[in-house]
Design a protein around this ligand. Structure first.
Ligand SMILES: O=c1ccn([C@@H]2O[C@H](COP(=O)(O)O)[C@@H](O)[C@H]2O)c(=O)[nH]1
Length: 261
């Protein structure tokens, strides 16, 4: 990382350098080869896609599911990552501030990830331990891509705002306090249509393209300028067609670029 650069500046630089807003999701599912075939899968996925990737997003769940060897593999993956490509660890962490300090230290300091997803349900003091890290970013879950986002996140309050706008207010607070860490939001593409206009300028991590059937039309209509990245996991790793990882990544990157043109 260049000294003094904020996370979103670095991400914007990567988007401009590649012309791509594709975030390559890394969610390994051991197949017939078992767990020991996973490192080779990870190596091929990264080698074939990094030049087209604005970011990588390993989801920690898939590594934890492989036990201690899986955590070791995530460590090896972090060591092997091309330094040009920001890594967003999808961990969706949430706890009291005292404990969150240790997650922040682990992910930012020891593992060296550039950004992490957080669940904001415990409120501002729970995200604060992540906010003092120069060059780092957090993405707060605002409107997730699953149908259950209607249960809380999209509920309307008495003053007409939606709950996800309270999440956006946490990021605004962090900005107004001049915190070192950049705050963005997770907005599922499957739920994005009415949401984007209410979070116009913040950087978004947008999952839901590919296997979940999200439609890029809502992003195209929003004419967004922020350094958003759009995640595709299964649509690259497990599309079940004859294309290589590289071809699939290029195809998604092109479609996303068209939506942002
Ligand atoms: O709202 C959310 C938040 C996170 N995810 C994660 O993104 C990927 C999506 O995988 P696909 O295979 O491209 O569907 C996965 O890691 C999810 O846990 C999400 O889908 N929605």
């Amino acid at each position: 990382m260049l000294r003094g650069m904020r996370y979103t500046e670095r991400l914007q630089g990567r988007i401009e350098a590649t012309g791509s807003r594709l975030c390559v999701g890394i969610d390994p599912r051991p197949g017939d080869g078992g767990i020991e075939a996973v490192p080779d899968f990870l190596r091929r996925l990264v080698d074939e896609t990094w030049e087209k990737a604005a970011a990588f997003k390993p989801n920690i769940a898939y590594f934890e599911a492989m036990g201690l060897r899986g955590i070791e593999m995530l460590g090896e993956l972090m060591t092997a990552m091309p330094k040009e490509v920001p890594v967003i660890l999808d961990a969706k962490r949430s706890d009291i501030g005292e404990t969150q300090q240790y997650y922040a230290q682990g992910y930012f300091d020891h593992w060296g990830v550039d950004a992490v997803t957080l669940n904001p349900f415990l409120g501002y003091d729970s995200i604060e331990p992540f906010l003092g890290w120069e060059g780092k970013g957090v993405y707060l879950l605002a409107v997730t891509s699953n149908p259950g986002s209607a249960d809380f996140q999209r509920q309307e309050l008495a003053d007409g705002r939606s709950v996800f706008e309270l999440v956006a207010a946490l990021g605004e607070r962090s900005r107004s306090e001049g915190r070192a860490t950049d705050v963005g939001y997770v907005v599922g593409l499957t739920q994005a249509a009415d949401v984007l206009a209410k979070i116009p300028e913040a950087p978004l991590l947008v999952p839901g393209l590919g296997a979940q059937g999200g439609d890029l039309a809502s992003l195209a209509a929003a004419k967004r300028m922020a350094p958003d990245v759009i995640n595709v996991s299964r649509g690259i790793s497990y599309a079940g067609d004859a294309r290589s990882f590289a071809q699939r990544a290029q195809d998604w990157a092109d479609k996303i670029a068209e939506a942002y043109a």
